[in-house]
Design a protein around this ligand. Structure first.
Ligand SMILES: [Zn+2]
Length: 279
């Protein structure tokens, strides 16, 4: 009987473990709906399991802000010159550890964000971010030089971040530090010794980002403005318009000529008629 009771206890333990595992896996199943809450619950379980083994010391939000600034206020000018960064430049896409994950983010609808790795859907971007942190941290290469957020001081990230509190008082030491970082970025990304194009962009970078790191009321950041990249749709519409305009003009020209000729022929006929009457 002792053996039997031990067997029953063992069976009971096995069953309860199975039930627990099933409940955890059902809470992480890829269902649309209140995925956000479910994912955060799963996240908590996962964090408890993993401890703090995968804490990344690089802010995703600030890295995203830095990338946004690079995309809007730098890349259009760099692309216009046909210039290519070297990987030594900290602003190179390869030096953003979150780039791969961000590229696997799909904004399907207003309240629908999809993970490009496993096709799970989320209500909000922040839940997808958490999901990346917990399920796809393996794609991050966490070397120190790949944290784009470290460049935020130079790039004025606070200006594009909604949540960042605006500093009212300027700190001269911080401004000097940021200016130094900014100028070293200009040197490494656009070395003057690389030729005239690199030299031009070096100058542009100083004006666009570095000049504003001062407490004496210098120029504002992004003084050279931004340029939107022209989309494929915009380009195709422009080409179509350019092709259709001459056609339209030819049509209008031919139509007007037709009217003129018609009226001249009418005149001739009416003149001929009068002449016949006169005889
Ligand atoms: Zn995923």
């Amino acid at each position: 009987m002792g053996k039997w009771s031990k067997g029953v206890v063992f069976l009971f333990l096995c069953l309860s473990i199975c039930v627990q595992i099933a409940s955890v896996s059902s809470s992480t199943s890829p269902l649309q709906g209140n995925q956000g809450n479910k994912e955060s619950a799963a996240t908590r379980t996962f964090k408890q399991e993993q401890g703090d083994a995968h804490v990344v010391h690089c802010s995703r939000e600030r890295s995203r802000a830095a990338w946004k600034i690079i995309e809007e206020y730098l890349m259009p000018f760099v692309e216009k010159e046909g210039y290519k960064f070297s990987t030594k430049c900290r602003l190179h896409a390869d030096n953003d550890m979150y780039r791969d994950q961000e590229q696997h983010k799909q904004h399907v609808d207003i309240n629908e964000w999809r993970c490009g790795y496993c096709r799970k859907n989320f209500y909000e971007e922040k839940y997808l971010d958490k999901h990346f942190d917990n399920r796809h941290f393996d794609v991050l290469n966490e070397s120190h030089s790949r944290c784009l957020a470290d460049m935020c001081g130079a790039l004025h990230c606070d200006l594009v971040m909604d949540s960042a509190p605006r500093k009212t008082k300027c700190n001269p030491a911080a401004a000097a530090r940021n200016k130094h970082l900014c100028e070293s970025l200009a040197d490494s990304c656009f070395p003057v010794s690389n030729g005239p194009v690199s030299g031009r962009l070096h100058e542009f970078f100083l004006r666009q980002f570095c000049d504003a790191h001062t407490c004496t009321g210098g120029p504002k950041p992004f003084s050279k403005g931004r340029k939107k990249r022209s989309s494929i749709l915009y380009i195709s519409i422009s080409i179509l318009t350019l092709l259709l305009l001459p056609l339209l003009y030819t049509f209008v020209y031919l139509y007007q000529r037709g009217i003129k000729r018609g009226s001249q022929e009418l005149k001739r006929i009416s003149l001929g008629g009068r002449k016949k009457k006169a005889f």
